[in-house]
Design a protein around this ligand. Structure first.
Ligand code: IMP
Length: 428
């Protein structure tokens, strides 16, 4: 059962690291299949802390081959900065493979991301400003630059000319910025070619061969279900397929190779950036969750919006992704509350919705229908078996499981790597 997808259930930052840690040295490959350096994960190994944005977390595990799949958008400046920072700390990065079909983020994507957001004013998405949306827009618009284009200067020049043609009109006439020259982009991109060449591969073929050989391949999703460009809270989403289907299209292997779909869900909810969030809290409880859970963005440092657990969202994610196992993270952050509200349905202008409404206007106006669960006071960070948890914490978890439509296989009870209760092995 070697193909395992790990995806976020809510709006990101659910703590996917817990699941990757659990698979640990049983993993042979870790594939990033969507997004770019908009993601952010902090990995702590021993006393060392590593903040990664673009590279897959597998880069830190000696036995693992990390892969950047075709569905990723790669900013080469960030790629080499992260690689060099790791090498300087003695990490062997030589195994990294990068898809020849991945698209590149260039200076004009970063510029357009920022000016477009400014232009949107009140309607802004709150992007990370890393050029993600404009790079994916070029890909779909068929004017993107791919990794393989760096190795044919003639083609590269033609493609950059094509890409800049309309953009310069936009930059100069609409956004009042300077025009970008073909030469500056081509020169910058070519400056990466020699360093990139040894990393580039037909990663779809590599992964297919690895799966045939029985290797364990982990497909690590960036962002999360509610930020997916098709299934999230559009337009307040990222521009890639962050759901399980993206693992197939974004890495070039067939959907029948994905044997387990692991959804990571926090015991409460957070969101960065704009867009609807029915259970959002603006009171003391919200401040408590934010400070206890240390809910500040890894990429941007922004304080995250916080709210109670939303059961219809998990049920929706289970359906959209085909989740086989849930990892419930940060249960310990809820210790100490007298009662814990859980959103079980929505009220939209007097009408009850038991599922996430398909119509965005309804979701924007949705207010939560809460069921209240009695809280527990004990510190649960030492629990390693389900029975070690206070009865009320067990009841909370079992209620979430009943509402989710799938099983909760792992429960995160503290920040330490081994602070987990495993009910079902993710590789079983
Ligand atoms: P973009 O991905 O930079 O275009 O931003 C689009 C939306 O996705 C914004 O609301 C971001 O805050 C959000 N977003 C992007 N990456 C992440 C992430 O890794 N965690 C949480 N939110 C994210």
């Amino acid at each position: 059962m070697p193909g395992i997808v790990i995806i976020g259930v809510q709006w990101g930052d659910e703590g996917k690291g817990k699941a990757t840690d659990l698979l640990g040295d049983r993993t042979d490959w870790v594939v990033k299949f969507n997004g770019g350096n908009n993601a952010g994960h902090t990995v702590v190994i021993g006393d060392e802390k590593y903040a990664l944005h673009l590279l897959p977390s597998g880069i830190l595990s000696p036995g693992v081959t990390p892969v950047i799949g075709n569905g990723v958008v790669v900013d080469p400046e960030v790629l080499f900065a992260e690689l060099e920072a790791l090498r300087a700390r003695g990490v062997d990065t030589s195994k990294l493979r990068v898809s020849a079909n991945a698209h590149l983020i260039t200076q004009y994507h970063r510029t357009l991301d920022k000016v477009t957001e400014r232009f949107l004013g009140k309607r802004q998405i709150g992007t990370t400003g890393r050029g993600i949306g404009p790079a994916y827009a070029d890909k779909i618009n068929r004017v993107g630059i791919r990794v393989q284009d760096l190795f044919d200067e003639n083609i590269l020049r033609q493609k950059v000319e094509g890409a800049l043609d309309q953009k310069n009109h936009l930059l100069v006439k609409v956004f009042n910025r300077r025009a970008i020259t073909v030469d500056e982009i081509v020169d910058e991109l070519l400056s990466y070619a020699a360093r990139l060449a040894p990393l580039v591969d037909d990663t779809g073929l590599l992964l297919s061969d690895a799966l045939d050989a029985g290797d364990v391949v982990v497909f690590e999703g960036g962002q999360a279900t509610m930020l997916d460009v098709d299934h999230g809270t559009y337009p307040f989403v990222t521009s890639s397929s962050a759901t399980a289907g993206g693992a197939s299209t974004g890495s070039g292997i067939g959907p029948n190779r994905l044997d387990r779909i692991v959804g990571i869900v926090k015991a409460y909810t957070t969101r960065v950036g704009a867009g609807p969030f029915p259970t959002e809290l603006f009171d003391d409880d919200g401040d408590t969750l934010r400070s206890r859970g240390f809910e500040f963005g890894t990429t941007t440092g922004r304080p995250r919006r916080v709210g109670w657990y939303d059961a219809p969202i998990t049920r929706y994610a289970t359906r959209i992704n085909g989740i086989t196992d849930l990892v419930l993270t940060k249960l310990d952050i809820l210790s100490g509350f007298d009662r814990i509200p859980v959103c079980v349905a929505y009220d939209v202008g007097g009408r009850r919705f038991d599922e996430v409404p398909v119509n965005q206007t309804d979701f924007h106006h949705a207010t939560p229908v809460y069921e209240y669960f009695p809280g527990w006071k004990q510190d649960i960070s030492g629990a390693r078996h389900f029975d070690d948890l206070p009865t009320r914490a067990q009841e909370y978890v079992l209620a979430l499981e009943r509402m989710s439509g799938t099983r909760i296989s792992v429960i995160g009870v503290g920040p330490a790597r081994d602070a987990v209760v495993v009910r079902h092995d993710l590789l079983d």
